[in-house]
Design a binder for this molecule. Sequence first.
Ligand SMILES: [Zn+2]
Length: 316
Amino acid sequence: MTETILRLLTRLSEAGDDAILPGELAAPFFGPVFDRLLAKRIVVEQAPLSDWEVCDACECGLPFRPIRKVGDAFRAECPFDHRQDIELTKDDLRVFRIGAAALASVIGAAAGFGAAPELAAENVWHLGDTPSGRAVFLAMEPAALTGDGIIASLRQAAQGADITILAPKLPPETAQRHQDAGFHLVETLAVLIPASDGLGVAIDVAALAPVPLAPVLRVRRATAEVQWDSRSVILSRQIFPVFERLLEKAMSRDQVASGAHVEGTTAREAKDLIRELRDAFKAAGFTDAESKALIMTVRGRGYRLGVVAADIVVED
Ligand SMILES: [Zn+2]
């Protein structure tokens, strides 16, 4: 894949707050696009370097070697061995800090989000919501997704919408935690594709939703049996009516059942009934995330089945 300056900046941003773009990596990109990045403060030029790392295995004992101006060029000199001197150009000495918030804003725009991203947690931005209603977040560095409260913070910012997180490759345990929460993880660099216009990148919004499994949900009323994703659950006579109330809503226009609707004529609270229903699916081998994907909470409104009417077959 052709390298673009924004892909390079995205990769370098994985270093977090200290992310910098060295002049030697920036130089091939100098030109009108780079000037626009400077103007938008996506890259912010810092004071030029005045020293350089010492040469490999050098015994000079210096922390750095000084850079000396030699005519129009510069030279990092080894006090021991001049064959180790490095000739540097003016561009090599330039250094740019990467403005994470400004970069987030460009990545959001590349995915077609009109509004500026909002900070949802430390170093995690809410880029916007897709036309199908997924809340899309961006984390530049893996560390931003490891905090204790991160799952709750993202849920709060998403306000009940399904969540997609654009992020660098995450450590397996961090990725697992987010997947268990029902979040869809997408590697930013996998979807940030070169484009010929603007700042040179685009994101296809279709790539931000999970590939739908589209399993058919099959319900047999007579036996209170529910089949989904090649597994089967027989619900108890107490809990099946709760499922039926969600089912009835799923087949209607507004697919969300309020808590009161879920409770029906039972004397029990909706959240307890929903938990019991999910537990029945888990007991049949569904993961916690799967049971919550099938019996979804719609924050502030109630509950719904995570299957559209077209994918539901009901038999008596
Ligand atoms: Zn040396």
